[in-house]
Design a protein around this ligand. Structure first.
Ligand code: SF4
Length: 223
């Protein structure tokens, strides 16, 4: 695949929006969504142009209570958003299969966050989302994850480019741009949306526990 700069994908986002603005009816878009914190601003942005459905497919998240917590916070925000704005954003929750998913990530367990393990994790979730979107006749598919500073939007869009097809187009994005990151943080504050302190998989969970332990020991020494 030809390597494209980050800006190229953001320009594709703007160009696609210009095209959609000229349509009589809003096209349907399925968005892979990982949590309320990441989704709050992209929902506001995308509902201006699309008939939006969220796809909660996140077998990476460990443990199951965390998977349920992120889902219920997402649902709480979607319900508020729909009620306050007269919208009809739909939300699909997938069954939880963390064990099988973790086995797929296991060969890359020692990779640092942002490395090969994460690239595979993006690919697995986007591929499944695109499969569902295509089989169910959505016009577009995308992921919310480009809003996060911790995720590599270039890699995400490159995966999207690979998945793009004539039935369901991939909607390229960089939701951080044009103040998206700041607008998201304002919404998180306003609606008191849960902010997790690790990415999701068991490996990032263990790293978080280590971080917490180190901080605790450092603070104890300082006392
Ligand atoms: S750190 Fe996050 S993106 Fe990376 S493998 Fe774990 S859950 Fe997936």
């Amino acid at each position: 695949m030809k390597t494209q700069p980050k800006k190229y994908y953001y320009n594709l986002q703007l160009r696609e929006i210009d095209k959609i603005k000229g349509l009589e009816n809003k096209p349907s878009l399925l968005m892979h969504t990982c949590c309320g914190m990441c989704a709050c601003y992209p929902i506001v942005y995308l509902t201006q142009y699309f008939d939006l459905t969220l796809y909660y497919y996140n077998d990476n998240i460990y443990p199951e209570e965390e998977y349920e917590k992120r889902y219920s916070e997402l649902k709480r925000y979607v319900d508020i958003f729909n009620q306050e704005n007269g919208q009809n954003v739909k939300l699909i929750k997938c069954p939880y299969h963390n064990k099988e998913y973790t086995q797929k990530l296991a060969p890359f367990k020692d990779e640092p966050e942002g490395g090969e393990r994460c690239h595979l994790c993006y690919d697995l979730r986007l591929s499944e989302g695109m499969r569902y979107a295509r089989e169910n006749g959505y016009d577009y598919f995308t992921t919310v994850m480009t809003v996060s500073r911790q995720k590599d939007s270039l890699i995400l869009n490159q995966i999207g480019e690979k998945l793009d097809n004539s039935e369901t187009r991939y909607f390229f994005s960089d939701f951080k741009k044009d103040g998206g990151l700041e607008k998201g943080l304002e919404l998180v504050k306003k609606y008191d949306i849960y902010r997790q302190n690790y990415c999701g998989c068991v490996y990032s969970y263990r790293e978080m526990l280590e971080r917490v332990k180190k901080d605790y020991e450092k603070n104890k020494e300082a006392d």
